[in-house]
Design a binder for this molecule. Structure first.
Ligand code: ZN
Ligand code: ZN
Length: 235
């Protein structure tokens, strides 16, 4: 294996586009497959920090931001017995995160029989964290490490830029910060770039959410067990 190959990873640009997805589809901002007999995820509001809306201490329901089925995105590290990743955002500013808080739910979609009748709506939201509704037209590619993440001898290689679009896998697109490495607080393994929500899509069809200074919300998960605590890095 050449040293270059160590800095090439598979990535999938989700490439959102206007559409009308259902709970049976992979999508951004559409209806989520949530069983009627399972409590909806709520944020207790401890880390809320007011910017434009009064959110301090307000208990809020998480908002379904993204769901990805394994049949569409087999690249994701689905734990055994699951075939659906659901990503939820608490759509106000959190002081420890520098953006919305994140919940990941790994689910076996075949066990969901009856759906929740209505998804709860937060009483306040930061508009910039609320996704528009999109279907996904994924583009698969090999992504090369950002110059910050490369050893000195590869820093000057002319590789394509690390994508700042909404994507799974690949490398962190360092912007205002970086480089940084993160380790799993539970087992000490490396946490890897698994999902990135981008302010600016390469296609120009933006989700109309915004993170940091027109940057990305990166979710890094434990490479040993994706169910271990993950890290959210807004850059
Ligand atoms: Zn919250
Ligand atoms: Zn771990």
């Amino acid at each position: 294996m050449s040293i270059r190959e160590n800095f090439a990873r598979p990535a999938v640009l989700l490439n959102p586009a206007a559409g009308e997805p259902t709970d049976a589809d992979s999508h951004i901002g559409g209806p989520v497959l949530w069983p009627i007999d399972e409590p909806w995820p709520w944020c207790e509001g401890d880390g809320h920090y007011d910017i434009n809306v009064k959110s301090e201490g307000v208990r809020l329901p998480f908002v379904g931001a993204l769901q990805l089925y394994r049949r569409d995105f087999p690249e994701l590290p689905f734990p055994e017995g699951t075939d659906l990743l659901q990503v939820f955002l608490c759509t106000v500013h959190h002081i420890g995160v520098g953006g919305p808080d994140v919940r990941l739910v790994w689910r076996d979609s075949s066990t969901v029989v009856e759906l929740v009748e209505e998804e709860p709506e937060p009483s306040v939201q930061e508009e910039i964290y609320v996704p528009t509704v999109n279907v996904l037209e994924p583009i698969r590619f090999t992504e090369y490490a950002h110059p910050y993440d490369r050893p000195e001898e590869l820093e000057d290689e002319e590789w394509p830029e690390t994508s700042a679009g909404t994507k799974i896998g690949g490398w962190t697109c360092w912007w205002q910060t970086g480089p940084a490495t993160f380790t799993c607080p539970e087992c000490g393994a490396e946490q890897r770039q698994t999902l990135s929500l981008g302010t600016r899509e390469p296609s120009g069809e933006h989700v109309e959410w915004a993170f940091g200074r027109d940057g990305n919300l990166n979710v890094l998960t434990c490479e040993k067990d994706v169910r271990h605590p993950f890290h959210v890095h807004v850059d």
